[in-house]
Design a protein. Sequence first.
Length: 109
Amino acid sequence: DNAPGIERSIALAGSGTVGTIEVDMDLSHTFIGDLTLVLTAPNGTEAVLHNRTGGTTDNIIRTYTTENTSALAAFRGAGIDGQWTLAVRDHAAADRGKLNRWALKIQRE
């Protein structure tokens, strides 16, 4: 429980633009309905991956793709090079969690 939450970044180097994108997530939390997950591209474009859904379900262990998370389509055509940032916010007290691992998989256009 941390009001501002956490942010973790991955620096990507290389030319080209995003064709498809996947975000692998491994996050331990006892009440995922408290959480929002937002991915931000180097150009400032944001995509909400998770927005306080799932109620009392534990943990988020999944891969977000354009097929199951339409918000990721916002990155199509964006430059790949730079800092990609994941923000995790816990909007309620009592439950705690840990970001165990996350990764990006980007295929160029």
